[in-house]
Ligand binder design. Structure first.
Ligand SMILES: [Zn+2]
Length: 343
């Protein structure tokens, strides 16, 4: 994405918002094409790019803007670089966040086929909200990620009154404390969307599961996951739709892998938008990855993430996932890897 001053026509590759010369608000240049302008083959590994050979592409759009991109696929000069969307439920979209989170969210949701948002669509959002921690610890969904998702929904025609942002505490800490410290409460208040504590509203009984009734009255459900190394955060976040007592009881009886199998059979379609810009490692450090991902298959998304950034062991819940069943859209898995370097 490039940004242009409507007055002096200067361009930037990052959203500086206002032109420093004219103080005009910059406009987004929505480029549709990317052609290879130049290509270099890299055969010498470096710390951040240990796998060779790969190709450094210099791409050019229809406005003559140029930018660099890594690729494991070889392209020749003049060739188009396209990222076709796929509406297949098994598709996992990967995109690199450059400087603009809104662009990345728009891209990942486009790659898996946007849901049909109408003004009357009831939208239920479940952010990752686990601990009362400041956003820079990357425990919970970032306020920025939630805000850009809300803005995207509003831009697509959704009405604020029909958006619900829900959460539930599965530990002893009140959900209000988590919402406040994570900065998510401020985002809710800014857009006039009252947060919803799922533990305070009725659950519907489905076999031995007790699932929040709101899940079945929503037209579109968004699961905003915050990915962490060595975990299956996107899938685990969906447990929050269960009654806490029911979840703990089933966990004791069968384990999380079995609970997930059960809820998969009763939950409606859920769209996961996952944040992996800066991720928490198993040692609880925060490390750069620079990715955003999306899928209608949260297990597939978690499996792809665990390939991109493997932990010490694969989470049990992902043990049966076959990578050959997963379809990747957007940036390829290999080029998204950022090996275990903590920067
Ligand atoms: Zn200007």
């Amino acid at each position: 994405m490039f940004y242009q001053c409507p007055k002096c026509k200067r361009k930037w590759q990052y959203p500086v918002k206002k032109c420093p010369d004219c103080f005009e608000m910059l406009e987004k240049m929505n480029s549709k094409t990317a052609k290879v302008f130049a290509v270099s083959k890299i055969s010498v590994p470096s710390l951040a790019h240990p796998h060779v050979p790969y190709f450094a592409l210099l791409l050019e759009d229809e406005f003559k803007n140029k930018w660099a991109q890594k690729s494991f696929k070889e392209y020749s000069v003049g060739q188009s670089v396209d990222y076709p969307a796929s509406a297949d439920a098994k598709t996992v979209a990967i995109w690199r966040i450059k400087y603009d989170l809104s662009e990345a969210i728009e891209k990942i949701i486009g790659l898996i086929g946007e849901p049909n948002i109408k003004p009357k669509s009831k939208i239920l959002i479940i952010p990752a909200l686990n601990e009362p921690r400041h956003p820079y610890f990357k425990n919970n969904t970032s306020p920025d990620f939630l805000e850009q998702t809300i803005l995207l929904l509003i831009n697509r025609g959704a009405q604020k009154e029909n958006i619900q942002i829900a959460g539930q505490s599965f530990n002893d800490i009140p959900i209000e404390a988590c919402a406040m410290k994570s900065g998510l409460l401020n985002v809710c208040l800014k857009y006039g969307i009252p947060p919803l504590d799922l533990s305070k509203i009725p659950f519907a009984k489905k076999d031995d599961l007790e699932i929040s009734e709101n899940v079945f009255s929503a037209d579109i459900i968004l699961n905003l996951a915050m990915l962490k190394t060595g975990k299956a955060c996107a899938s685990e976040n969906l447990f929050k739709f269960l009654n806490k007592k029911n979840y703990l009881g089933l966990k004791y009886l069968y384990g999380e892998k079995e609970i997930f199998k059960k809820i998969q059979t009763v939950l409606p379609e859920i769209l996961t938008l996952a944040e992996a810009d800066r991720i928490q490692t198993e040692e609880k450090f925060v490390s750069f990855l620079g990715l955003a991902m999306a899928s209608r298959d949260s297990l597939g998304l978690d499996a792809v993430f665990n390939k991109i950034r493997p932990g010490k062991a694969l989470p049990k819940i992902l043990a049966d996932i076959k990578m050959e069943d997963v379809l990747i859209a957007g940036r390829q898995l290999e080029e998204s890897k950022f090996d275990n370097i903590n920067i």
